[in-house]
Design a protein around this ligand. Structure first.
Ligand SMILES: CC(C)(COP(=O)(O)OP(=O)(O)OC[C@H]1O[C@@H](n2cnc3c(N)ncnc32)[C@H](O)[C@@H]1OP(=O)(O)O)[C@@H](O)C(=O)NCCC(=O)NCCS
Length: 149
């Protein structure tokens, strides 16, 4: 597929509607309060941790992450990607890759991260394939949880 230019820049509060529109396509949910809070938090963090991607003059993807130091017993600084989403109409054109690269470059330059990690749903084969293509592999940890009633 053609790879037209993708631009990655810090997410801003005014990106709310565009991010919500993409999220609605991915999750079938409208989460205005959720995204407003996420963008408020993003404003408190370094700009490279929360990005949007633009193509053809419109927002076509987003990535939100943070950096942890020795969290979960992992030594050193680790960049965690907790949300990534690309508009289905713009997939396969390098948008997701550009978002991850921006996050890794920012983390390496500004926080000296030695690792980048994420949690994915094993049922989402596309997301798993994407991260595998970018050089991620299945790590040694497992996710544990318990319902609280
Ligand atoms: C996973 C996702 C981010 C990929 O974005 P994308 O912009 O299409 O990915 P890219 O075009 O940058 O692809 C990068 C590499 O991954 C590969 N890739 C991407 N999606 C793939 C898939 N479904 N199967 C196999 N490979 C895939 C590409 O072929 C490319 O490899 P190449 O450079 O060797 O050709 C996007 O499909 C998405 O947003 N999925 C839904 C995620 C979601 O549900 N988010 C909500 C919860 S966080």
């Amino acid at each position: 597929m053609t790879r037209t230019t993708v631009t990655v820049r810090p997410a801003e509060p005014s990106d709310l509607e565009a991010i919500m529109r993409i999220d609605e396509k991915l999750t079938a949910q409208t989460r205005k309060d959720y995204w407003r809070t996420r963008l408020d938090i993003a404003g408190l963090r370094p700009p490279w941790m929360s990005s949007v991607a633009e193509m053809d003059g419109r927002i076509v993807g987003f990535l939100f992450g943070w950096v942890g130091e020795s969290e979960f017993g992992i030594t050193g600084a680790t960049g965690w990607i907790d949300m990534i989403g690309v508009d289905p109409a713009y997939r396969g054109r390098g948008v997701g890759q550009a978002l991850v690269e921006r996050f890794i470059n920012g983390g390496r330059e500004l926080r000296a991260i030695q690792k980048v990690a994420t949690l994915i749903d094993l049922g989402q084969a596309d997301v798993r394939e994407f991260f595998t293509r970018l050089g991620f592999h299945h790590g040694p940890m497992i996710h544990m949880e318990k319902e609280i009633r």
